[in-house]
Design a protein around this ligand. Sequence first.
Ligand SMILES: Nc1nc2c(ncn2[C@@H]2O[C@H](COP(=O)(O)OP(=O)(O)OP(=O)(O)O)[C@@H](O)[C@H]2O)c(=O)[nH]1
Ligand SMILES: [Mg+2]
Length: 472
Amino acid sequence: MRNNKENVNDYPKFAVVGHPNKGKSSIVSSLALDDSVQIGDTPGTTQIKRGFPLKVDGKIIYELFDTPGFQRARRVLAWLNEQDAVSADKRSDVVREFVATHRHDDKFRDEIELLEPILDGAGIIYVVDASKPYGPEYEVEMEILRWCGQPSMAILNLIGDEDYRDQWKSALGHYFRMVRTFNPIEATFRDHMDLLESMAQLKEEWTKEIKVAITILDELHQQKVEQTIDAIVDNMIKTLSLVYKQEIKGEKATSKEEEDAKQGYRQQIMEYEKAQEKAIEFIWNHRSIEKIENVLVLDEVGLFSKESASIFGLSQNELILTGASAGAITGAGVDLMLAGHTLFIASLVGGVVGGVGAMFGFNNLYSLEILGQNLGKRELSIGPMKNLNFPYILLGRALYHASVIAKRSHALRESIKLEDEEFYTEQIINTEMRKKLEKVHIQLRKGEGPSNELLDEYKKVISRSFLGLLRE
Ligand SMILES: Nc1nc2c(ncn2[C@@H]2O[C@H](COP(=O)(O)OP(=O)(O)OP(=O)(O)O)[C@@H](O)[C@H]2O)c(=O)[nH]1
Ligand SMILES: [Mg+2]
């Protein structure tokens, strides 16, 4: 009986099939935006079929079946050919009979797994590695697929550096109406949508639904971008306005208490950043990313070296100007601020240079105060951060992380490296953009909340920068 309450049966389904180790699972992973699909270098990674539905707002828009590769294609085809000659429209029944007859035969386990979703109505996506030469052994597989009588297309995946696509195209053209190149590792959002356009042509009944899916995915992508910007802006505000308080026992803070408070402050900033990254990974459906060094240690000398006096093109002169307009730095403070690159790192590295921070006026960077003298309870208060470069460091890290995540194919299993010095020195925020951002930073440094109007402008600037990075 049809279930018309949910779209249980009606969404398009595709079985991704082919020889072992040709990138079938990688294609499923990238098209289903699902990083839980098992991918591996050894043939036979996928042992059983599994459906990966792509859900948007709880509704399935299409489903991809990951399947094991053909193992005994020749014997299957021999069996099919041994049956009494049947007309083309009955051939899928013969395949069905093959599956029924051999269901418990371990020899054909892989073939049965891969044929089942097709016999249940899935369209066929046949995957080949076109960086290897074509060979007639693939014809047996394609012939079996032809017996299934389902709409089908071939995908040329280039796993290695060679390119035998022309050979493959002439051969595949005999078996498939459509042959497309798709690289699951490097595929961009656009490539994904283009492939869907092709898939929409496979079966008339699915055309409309896949076109709708494309629209839904476009909107979803837009939504993800907006959510990402929100996450970044929220974190900027939270971090830049952070005031960390810690109770002290005596009249004055001991150096240990001061160190603890600084440590607590740093820790909080790092935790905020980690939470932001998690939130952004979640937005983009990356659930199990491994990251190499991801903590806001700010101890990479290269990042703040004198050679790169600017971050985001912030020249020393501009730094002074920004400082003056911020009203935060005066007189001797300017020198202090310019030394800030190294000083800031020094103060964050802790241990070794704990004293250096104090010597050069740690207070000027963090504003370390003792509060509540009269209440019998004394607190050390650190923040908001006064260092003028800090917002740009924070923003640079956030934009870099977010753009890597947003562009990342779900088929990629490599861990990501988040330390890319090059990135920070790039002009991803120009002077005009920076002026707008600075209006908000100034207020946050003063411990004030920015107006909605300023905040809107702030979001727009960050959004422009992020969209630029996505296009790169
Ligand atoms: N560089 C590169 N590597 C790829 C590409 N597609 C797949 N691979 C790699 O090729 C190997 C096999 O990929 P899978 O997606 O597991 O292949 P499969 O066809 O599902 O393999 P089985 O399940 O064993 O049949 C993995 O190491 C992938 O990372 C690609 O387009 N480029
Ligand atoms: Mg696989």
